[in-house]
Write a protein that binds this ligand. Structure first.
Ligand SMILES: C[S@@+](CC[C@H](N)C(=O)[O-])C[C@H]1O[C@@H](n2cnc3c(N)ncnc32)[C@H](O)[C@@H]1O
Length: 283
């Protein structure tokens, strides 16, 4: 077997794993991780081990998941009537509570988005990178009715459920199954969110977030990182702040910091308004 055939076979083996088959993660993600692991270790056996460890961290099933079939029925039932804003929020709160990243944010949702948008301004085009279930937070964001909300994740059942929700509430189904590190969106937007994922991306490949920042066409990139560990035992502020400072080191980007609840917020102005708007006309 040639090295290429061996790699192809190993990629398919990993994709056939029941867990990854159900999530329908992109083949390009598995290939990228395996190829880089092979470059580093030089042996397929070691590369396989490393790739599996990295994938486990990337898909992070341990952070929680809803029952997608049940939630799909719940969305249909909710929007079969005309839910009041209160009823929609109640539903979204329940689904957000199924994933640790969004569950932790629930107590301070009312303060979180005003803190961000007071720095970036209210966006008309949003990109939610590595979104998980975060788009179900839209009812708290107070976005304009003509908002274009692009959401990206590598977990197909999440993407499908988000699109179902978007359509039910009259938004375009702009959620996509896309690995944003391999295929960064080339779309122009006002604000991109990268919430609670930069530190995990850096574990996949050191320096990748620095590269991502250079490839995005957004005016503001809002990165958030947890201020403490999941258990609340360890203060991570110094460590996570340094990670962001390393990411932006040497670039002329403006950085505005805030903190709400357990979340450190870093607003990076990657492009001035004029630069973004001069490149391609806004939608
Ligand atoms: C920790 S959760 C994100 C939490 C969410 N941003 C929030 O703050 O509520 C990680 C999510 O990122 C997705 N993900 C990981 N790497 C990705 C990548 N390179 N491109 C797109 N999605 C990715 C995973 O599938 C998972 O749904």
């Amino acid at each position: 077997m040639t090295p290429t055939e061996e790699l192809d076979l190993e990629v398919q083996r990993i994709l056939q794993n029941r867990k990854y088959r159900e999530m329908d993660i992109p083949e390009s993600t598995v290939r990228d991780i395996l190829e880089k692991a092979l470059e580093e270790t030089g042996k397929m056996k070691d590369a396989r081990k490393q790739a599996k460890r990295k994938l486990h961290n990337i898909v992070a099933a341990y952070l929680g998941d809803p029952d997608y079939g049940k939630e799909s029925n719940a969305i249909s039932a909710l929007f079969a009537g005309q839910p009041s804003p209160g009823q929609e929020k109640e539903y979204c709160r329940s689904i957000l509570s199924t994933h640790a990243s969004s569950r932790e944010r629930l107590p301070y949702m009312d303060r979180f988005y005003p803190a961000i948008f007071s720095i970036t301004g209210i966006p008309r085009v949003v990109q939610d990178l590595a979104c998980a279930l975060h788009p179900f937070s839209i009812p708290w964001m107070q976005l304009p009715v003509d908002i274009h909300y692009h959401a990206y994740d590598i977990h197909q059942p999440r993407v499908d459920l988000i699109n179902q929700y978007f359509q039910a509430r009259g938004l375009q189904p702009l959620a996509e199954n896309r690995d944003v590190l391999i295929h960064p969106p080339d779309l122009i937007c006002d604000v991109a969110f990268l919430f609670k994922e930069l530190h995990r991306m850096e574990k996949r490949e050191r320096g990748c977030s620095r590269q991502l920042c250079q490839q995005l066409h957004c005016r503001w990139l809002v990165v958030t990182l947890p201020a403490t560990s999941l258990t609340g035992e360890h203060d991570l502020r110094t460590y996570h702040r340094q990670m962001v400072l390393d990411t932006v080191k040497g670039f002329p980007w403006k950085l505005v910091e805030a903190e709400v609840g357990n979340e450190m917020i870093f607003c990076l102005e990657l492009h001035s308004e004029t630069t973004v708007h001069n490149r391609i006309p806004m939608l």
